[in-house]
Design a protein around this ligand. Structure first.
Ligand code: PLP
Length: 396
């Protein structure tokens, strides 16, 4: 009978609303890009998408998806190992391996699935997973699905990681797991030091490159390029849903025996549908674009540098960033919401984050830069921040 749980859910939802944690969705009526329209009529500049390279509506990807639809159809109606593997899926996997300089790649419906299905096939109760405390929810869930011993170290804290590695020496295999770029601060995991500790304490290394692939490193190859550690990371997971076009799809890339085992045993791969041919086709085109030039990375890095310089000059306090994420610190939850609302009135769409998404008294507005932004967009954003910042007393 539904009645009892219905009452319970209504109360819970009311509680979420009272706590000010209820999530409303703003409705966009245009394709995803730098300047968008929303259903309430406003035209706004978008500074809260993961569209780091501005590819979400790129004509080459739209065309490639259409071609894929024509040549390979709409859907696969199958998991990969039954009858859900087309040439485009294999080609996309090869392109991803080539991009990262890895041995092999396996596709998933999303990186949430890649992370959810990576640990359980490889590790048992005899082994240890040593995970950064700020890792993405999907890594946390993946770890939960695996019987390995769990260790958690403070965000990017190498002293703490070393302690945990020492404790984990009793186990058979060890793996250190970290996000490449942490999404709330925009900081990069200290991969050079992590690799050093991994070598010293005999551990594998896994990096989730969702916010770093396509973004960091001179040509966007991610943290292994940024730290010059190609071949030293055993497992990389990533998404096609952010910088790489923003549609859908995830992947795990790395050592060939690991990928081979995941194809045999990874549950989200074995028991969930193949990505659509149009998405695979556009993905192939996207990696071809990446192989041709790093112009988009150059533009993204320029835009980020410019924004950071200007927002600091305006008098704002930001978290040091090594990515395309710039956290403008306000330290007050209510203020972060007012600031975001007023910025929207000025035509700038950003989100204010506060506890429990970020630590108490660390409320902020997260700005996400893109190669899709032009200088006029950045200037308009800075001007709006400055105006609203003065109105709300954030700036003197
Ligand atoms: C976005 C994100 C994911 C999930 O990726 P999807 O492909 O959208 O499922 C996983 N890990 C991190 C770090 C992310 O930022």
């Amino acid at each position: 009978m539904y009645g009892k749980i219905k009452d319970h859910l209504q109360k819970e939802i009311a509680g979420i609303k009272e706590a000010g944690l209820y999530k409303n969705e703003r409705i966009i009526t245009t394709p995803q890009k730098a300047d968008i329209s929303v259903s309430t009529g406003e035209n706004v500049l978008n500074f809260c998408a993961n569209n780091y390279l501005g590819l979400s509506n790129h004509p080459r990807l739209v065309e490639a998806a259409k071609r894929g639809l024509d040549s390979h159809g709409y859907g696969m109606s199958s998991v990969r190992f039954i009858c859900g593997t087309q040439d485009v899926h294999k080609t996309l996997e090869e392109k991803i391996s080539k991009f990262f300089g890895t041995e092999d790649t396996i596709l998933y419906a999303a990186c949430f699935d890649a992370n959810g299905g990576v640990f359980e096939p490889l590790l048992t109760a005899e082994d240890a997973i040593i995970s950064d405390s700020l890792n993405h929810a999907s890594i946390i869930d993946g770890v939960r699905l695996c019987k390995a011993q769990r260790y958690r170290y403070a965000n990017a804290d190498m002293t703490d990681l070393k302690e945990k590695l020492k404790e984990a020496q009793a186990q058979r295999f060890r793996i250190i797991v970290t996000d490449g770029v942490f999404s709330m601060d925009g900081n990069v995991a200290p991969m050079d030091k992590i690799i050093e500790l991994a070598e010293k304490y005999d551990a594998m290394v896994m990096v989730d490159e969702c916010h770093s692939a396509g973004v960091v490193g001179k040509t966007g190859r991610g943290v292994t390029e940024l730290f010059d550690i190609r071949g030293k990371v055993d497992i990389i997971t990533g998404t096609l849903g952010k910088a790489f076009g923003g549609a859908i799809g995830g992947f795990t890339t790395g050592k060939k025996e690991i990928i081979e085992m995941l194809r045999q045993r990874s549950r989200p791969y074995l028991f969930s549908n193949s990505i659509p041919p149009s998405i695979a086709s556009a993905g192939i085109e996207m990696f071809e674009m990446m192989a041709e030039t790093a112009d988009l990375q150059d533009k993204l890095h320029e835009n980020t540098k410019y924004f950071v310089k200007k927002i600091l000059a305006a008098g704002f306090d930001i978290k040091p960033t090594k990515s395309a994420i710039c956290a403008v610190m306000l330290y007050d939850a209510k203020l972060s919401q007012e600031m975001a609302a007023n910025l929207l009135n000025e035509g700038v769409y950003v989100i204010g984050f506060y506890f429990p998404v970020v630590p108490k008294d660390q409320a902020r507005i997260r700005v996400q830069l893109s190669a899709g932004h032009e200088r006029v967009h950045l200037d308009k954003c800075i001007a709006a921040f400055t105006k609203v910042g003065k109105e709300l007393g954030v700036l003197k």
